[in-house]
Design a protein around this ligand. Structure first.
Ligand SMILES: [Zn+2]
Length: 182
């Protein structure tokens, strides 16, 4: 079941897509999921989003099949992007790139590289070294010249996000890993 449409044109796929990702916070939650955030508390810390709003957004994204909610005995509850959710990366990339162009005079805030060969990715996600359009799990994201560490938070989740890392790789910062006591 979907929310009632607030857009006039039901024959427009952009309007349909905006019903899923157009609400405030939603694309930021999705961006963080690409950066490896999986736990409710980590989304809340990183985004400083009201918890009730976060609960609603996560529930809706699970309902729409963008995220899957997994409840593991040792790891607790985690939210991960589905294939449908991973399909949103070109949109997140395009909006970040547009933001860099018009609002980041010092340059890109986050650069994308091909993890295997270190090649920079162009706006279409193509590696400048090997020429491949790089699949999401092979993309490494790292602070670019426009990134200002002094205006960034320094909690463990933010620190992990601001260190070069592959997309979708889970952030373990601050997590108490189960101890194998043999
Ligand atoms: Zn490459």
């Amino acid at each position: 079941m979907t929310l009632p449409s607030t857009y006039a044109d039901r024959n427009c796929s952009l309007a349909r897509a905006l019903e899923i990702v157009g609400e405030r916070w939603t694309l930021l939650i999705i961006r963080d999921a690409f950066f490896g955030v999986r736990r409710f508390g980590d989304f809340a810390t990183q985004l400083k989003i009201p918890r009730a709003v976060l609960t609603n957004r996560l529930k809706f994204l699970v309902q729409e099949g963008v995220l899957v909610r997994e409840d593991d005995a040792t790891r607790g509850v985690e939210y991960r992007l589905t294939a449908k959710g991973v399909g949103l990366w070109p949109i997140v990339r395009a909006l970040m790139s547009w933001g860099d162009t018009f609002y980041s005079p010092a340059g890109v805030q986050r650069a994308e590289r091909h993890d295997r060969d270190g090649g920079l990715l162009d706006h279409g996600g193509r590696c400048e070294d090997c020429g491949l359009v790089v699949p999401v799990p092979e993309i490494r994201i790292e602070p670019g010249p426009g990134f200002d560490p002094t205006s960034s938070a320094h909690d463990p989740v933010s620190n992990a996000i601001n260190t070069p890392r592959r997309l979708l790789e889970p952030i373990e910062a601050g997590r108490t890993l189960p101890v194998d006591e043999g």
